[in-house]
Design a protein around this ligand. Sequence first.
Ligand code: PRP
Length: 183
Amino acid sequence: MENNIKKILVTEDQIKSRCIELAQEITNDYKNSTVTPLFVGLLKGSVPFMAELIKHIKLNVKYDFMCVSSYGNSTESLNDVKIIMDLNASIKNVPIILVEDIVDTGNTVKAVKELLYNKGASDVKVVSLLDKPSRRKVNVKADYVGFEVPNEFVVGFGLDFAEEYRQLPFVGVLKEECYEVKE
Ligand code: PRP
């Protein structure tokens, strides 16, 4: 599997260090919150990032997951998202920190933020391991970003191609021949 990686963009050590920094920032920003913040991870890509980030948060927090879809087995985002698995508990008046592996076109974050506000969240901030601003189609920004990446096909640390490569401990660029359709 690692033979299919053209280059490593972010190493395992860089991810760990950056998660500590992001967690310190978030801890500081939420230390006076009177309501316990809820981290909401979007399945499935956010799982490794959520796990790494949450252990460095020095506050009382809770976490939960939602599943929405924006990619199929292709490399292009759809314009809307479909809710596959929703949150269980009420989030009325709860401050939410939405946890993403990547903000690409921005469609997912925009749609999910709206949904969370509609459910009564008092505030929704976004923390994303990766940001690919060159692909943005809607005007959204993550409040906390791990790393900005160029417009290349990135996999690893939760990011997949056709559901594979998620378990890689680093973020790398997939070789073109692995996803290009041969004529
Ligand atoms: C990916 C990724 C983000 C979203 C980003 O999710 O995890 O949630 O796409 O794309 P966007 O900014 O263009 O909306 P995907 O639907 O592939 O699900 P996954 O997390 O299971 O890989």
